[in-house]
Design a protein. Structure first.
Length: 350
C-alpha cells in the first residue's frame, strides 16, 4: 500500500510540473505575440509625415528656418517623423492656410505664420507683437521669446479652443515700406495705396501715415504692384527680395515699423495623434530651429540689403523715427487698450 501510494504521489507531482511548464511556455508565447502586436500598432514604430506650409520661398529666412526644423525632427526621430515643407505659397496665403488648418481634415498639419495672423483665430495677445514700434531691436524681441509670456501667447489659441497651438517663435527682420514711385520720407507716403492684409492694426497704421490701406492677398501682390492696383507694400528685407518685389517696386524706406515676429503652429488634431515622445521631439527641434533663426536673421538681412543696393534698389535711411511713431500713436493706443499691463511688460523687456 505504501509503495503504491508513493508511486501515485510521484506521478501526480510530475503531471503538475509538466502542466506548469506547458502553461508557462504558452503564456510566454502569448506575451511575446502580444508584445509584437503592440509594437506593430505603436505609433513610434510607424513613419509619420506632417505637412508644413510656408508662404515664402525656401531660400528666405523663414524658409531656411523650416528646413532647420525639418532636419532636426528627422534626425531626432531617426527618420520616423518626416516634415513635408510646401513653400512658396503653394498651399495658399497665411489666412487661407489657417482656414484650412482650423477646418480640420489634416491636409495641412503645420505652418509658419506671422504672429498677427492669429489675432482673429483665438490668439488676441499675439496682436501685441505687431504693434508699431514695440521692439526697439532684435534683442528686445528675443528677451520676450525667452520669457514665460511667450509660452502663454503660443498656447492661447489652443486654450481658446481654436484648434491650433504654437510650437516656437522666430523673426524675419524688421518690416519696411517699399514703393513703385520715388520717396524720400514719411510725407511721400500720403495718398499712396499701400497693400495691407486683413489686419486692423496694419490698416490703422497705414491710415495714420496718411496712406490708403488696400487689401490684396500676398499671392497677388507682385501683379498688384506691377499693374498699379497698389503703389507699395511692406515686408521684411529678405522677403522683399525673395519674392522679387524689388523688380516692380524699387524704392525701400527703412522705417522698421514692426519686427516680423513669427510662430510655427501645429493643429491640435495632428498634435494629439503623436505620442509624448514624438511631441517632445517636435518641441526640442523647435528650440533648435528658433535658435538657428536668431543666428541667421540679422546676418542674412544685411547680406541681402547689400545685394539689393547692387541691383539698383534705392534704399532710404530714416534718421528720425519720431514722426513715424507720432503718426501711429492712435492705433497703438486703441490696440493696446485692453492689454495695457501686458503690453507694458513687453515694453519693459528691452
Amino acid at each position: 500500500m505504501k509503495k503504491g501510494f508513493k508511486f501515485l504521489a510521484l506521478s501526480l507531482a510530475l503531471v503538475l510540473v509538466f502542466v506548469a511548464l506547458v502553461g508557462c511556455g504558452t503564456q510566454n508565447s502569448q506575451n511575446e505575440q502580444q508584445g509584437q502586436q503592440q509594437e506593430e500598432k505603436s505609433p513610434t514604430s510607424e513613419e509619420i509625415t506632417l505637412v508644413y506650409a510656408e508662404v515664402n520661398p525656401i531660400d528666405s529666412i523663414v524658409g531656411k528656418t523650416a528646413v532647420a526644423f525639418k532636419e532636426k525632427v528627422e534626425e531626432l526621430s531617426n527618420g520616423k517623423i518626416k516634415i513635408d515643407i510646401q513653400a512658396g505659397g503653394v498651399l495658399g496665403a497665411e489666412n487661407d492656410v489657417l482656414d484650412t488648418m482650423l477646418g480640420g481634415g489634416g491636409t495641412i498639419d503645420m505652418s509658419r505664420i506671422s504672429a498677427f495672423s492669429l489675432t482673429s483665430y483665438g490668439g488676441e495677445k499675439s496682436m501685441l507683437l505687431s504693434i508699431p514700434y514695440t521692439f526697439v531691436n532684435r534683442d528686445h524681441f528675443w528677451n520676450f521669446a525667452a520669457s514665460d509670456l511667450a509660452e502663454e501667447f503660443l498656447l492661447e489659441p489652443h486654450v481658446n479652443g481654436s484648434g491650433v497651438r504654437g510650437l516656437f517663435y522666430g523673426e524675419e527682420g524688421f518690416r519696411h515700406f517699399f514703393t513703385k514711385k520715388p520717396i524720400s520720407g514719411l510725407q511721400d507716403l500720403k495718398g499712396m495705396k499701400l497693400r495691407v492684409s486683413n489686419d486692423p492694426i496694419m490698416t490703422g497704421m497705414v491710415e495714420g501715415l496718411g496712406a490708403i490701406p488696400t487689401v490684396v492677398s500676398f499671392g497677388e501682390l507682385y501683379s498688384a504692384l506691377q499693374t498699379g492696383v497698389v503703389d507699395g507694400a511692406e515686408q521684411p528685407i529678405v522677403n522683399y527680395k525673395a519674392n522679387s518685389f524689388h523688380e516692380v517696386a524699387p524704392y525701400l524706406i527703412l522705417d522698421g515699423h514692426t519686427l516680423g515676429a513669427i510662430q510655427v503652429i501645429i493643429t491640435d488634431e495632428a498634435w494629439n495623434k503623436l505620442t509624448e515622445e514624438q511631441q517632445n521631439i517636435l518641441m526640442e527641434a523647435g528650440k533648435y530651429a528658433s535658435e538657428y533663426n536668431r543666428q541667421i536673421s540679422e546676418e542674412t538681412e544685411n547680406k541681402v540689403l547689400e545685394e539689393l543696393k547692387a541691383e539698383g534698389v534705392t534704399v532710404i535711411e530714416v534718421d528720425d523715427i519720431t514722426p513715424w511713431q507720432e503718426a501711429c500713436k492712435d492705433v497703438i493706443s486703441s490696440a493696446t487698450a485692453n492689454y495695457k499691463d501686458l503690453y507694458q511688460q513687453i515694453l519693459d523687456m528691452k
